[in-house]
Design a protein around this ligand. Structure first.
Ligand code: ADP
Ligand code: ASP
Ligand code: MG
Length: 407
């Protein structure tokens, strides 16, 4: 007997037939003698629709009300799955974030989990009741509903698994595991049996949507065993594990892309101490996450340009914050470009091998793809390119690093 947390994503609960299918899967796990908690996402497309409603009324809307609206999708699927389980004769009860409670900080729209009290859920699980938990949502210090950022149901599931000391957290989705790159754009992507927490963290942080980054951070910190697998097929997925568990480490583990960022260029700021703080301080205060940053040395010794990327969803807010602080920053102009994609190569092998970056740059050059911004970490290189080159760049790099599956 094991204690398991099973998470089902949007496509897996995308319609009533699929919710019934999930109920059958959950029943099989219960019948095998396991204690089970289930975390569900909203039906696929539902959260986007709700976000769209908020934006249509006001592009810069109140984050508390955004949370009240977008958290509703998960409540629907939690209730429906509980009903579907009951129909199969399985004892089940749904839980909204506040009912658990799953307490978060007050950063509405991308709140962090602070504390989860799983005592009551665990008591019921021991009696054979399945807890069906609405993912993505919690309760803030102001007692209002919060959400954990897009893709946040993964984080709900891993956090619950950590809190209730589950033996494993199974993330059921619409692909059968973690691949060397998104299998939806590279046919020759290869499925990985295992991936290290660290590499998964980098993959998630640069846009591989298969797991939300915070869920991987949480799994790594609390050593939760995570498996990514298909909700439509019966086969083992990918295990996220410690480095020691992987016998032979690949040089490059994968390629990822993100179309979720936008480029901002602040033109003609003074080249003197304090300017970066003047630009990025107010953005941080407004909870705008900045990712890649480049700043040139002034060729005239006086002014320079600062280029950086922010999440597309934050672009309107970033522009407003910069304009509001125009006096203090002292820039001449602001250029923005939402038509960009970030392409990243990830691999722990980078620590010990030279030439990985050069291979990336020459591969992109051979395809005539211009690089706009570059950033690196110990085990990752990312470049910003025009969005129309996304697929071409990812496929070319996948081949160049020898990742293509052999037919
Ligand atoms: P869910 O709704 O189940 O949470 P997501 O859409 O959030 O599903 O995540 C699954 C998707 O992640 C897949 O459909 C796939 O297109 C995408 N993806 C991106 N990179 C990868 C990768 N390296 N391996 C597997 N899937 C990936
Ligand atoms: N439904 C939320 C989203 O689409 C959370 C999730 O699916 O993980 O972002
Ligand atoms: Mg997801």
């Amino acid at each position: 007997m094991a204690r398991l947390v099973l998470k089902f994503g949007g496509t897996s609960v995308g319609n009533i037939e699929r919710i019934k299918n999930v109920a059958r899967r959950v029943k099989a796990v219960v019948d095998a003698g396991n204690e089970v908690a289930v975390v569900v996402s909203a039906m696929s497309g539902e959260t986007n629709k709700l976000v769209g409603f908020c934006r249509d009324i006001a592009p810069l809307h109140d984050a508390r009300e955004y949370d009240a609206v977008v958290a509703s999708g998960e409540q629907v699927t939690a209730g429906l799955l509980a009903i579907a389980l009951q129909e199969l004769g399985v004892s089940a009860r749904s839980w909204a974030g506040w009912q658990i409670p799953l307490e978060t900080d007050g950063a509405h729209g991308s709140a962090r989990i602070m504390r989860i009290d799983t005592a009551e859920i665990e008591r019921r699980m021991k009696e054979g009741q399945v807890a069906v938990i609405a993912g993505f949502q919690g309760i803030g210090p102001d007692k209002r509903i919060t959400t954990l950022g897009r893709g946040g149901s993964d984080t709900s599931a891993v956090a619950l698994a950590a809190a209730m000391k589950a033996d494993r957290c199974d993330i059921y989705t619409d692909v059968d595991g973690v691949y060397t790159t998104d299998p939806r754009i590279v046919e020759k992507a290869r499925k990985l049996d295992k991936i290290t927490y660290e590499e998964m963290l980098e993959m998630a942080s640069v846009g591989a949507k298969v797991l939300q980054i915070r869920s991987v951070e949480m799994a790594m910190k609390h050593r939760v065993r995570v498996q990514v697998l298909s909700s439509f097929e019966d086969k083992p997925g990918t295990l996220v594990v410690d480095e020691e568990e992987i016998v032979e480490q690949e040089l490059i583990s994968g390629i990822a892309y993100s179309r979720d960022e936008a480029k901002v260029t602040v033109l003609k700021v003074a080249d003197r101490p304090g300017v970066a703080a003047a630009v990025f301080g107010p953005l941080a205060d407004a909870n705008v996450n900045v990712d890649m940053i480049v700043q040139n040395v002034a060729d005239d010794g006086k002014t320079t340009d600062v280029t950086f990327t922010v999440g597309k969803a934050d672009l309107a807010l970033a522009i407003k914050v910069l304009e509001d602080n125009r006096q203090q920053i002292g820039f001449r102009d602001l250029h923005t470009d939402g038509n960009v994609a970030k392409i990243s190569v990830i691999g722990v092998g980078m620590r010990s091998h030279a030439g990985i970056a050069r291979q990336m740059f020459t591969t992109l050059a051979d395809k005539g793809i211009n690089i706009q911004v570059i950033s690196t970490s110990e085990i990752k290189i990312s470049v910003l390119v025009a969005a129309e080159y996304t697929e071409l760049a990812v496929r070319a790099l996948h081949t160049a690093y020898g990742l293509d599956a052999v037919a």
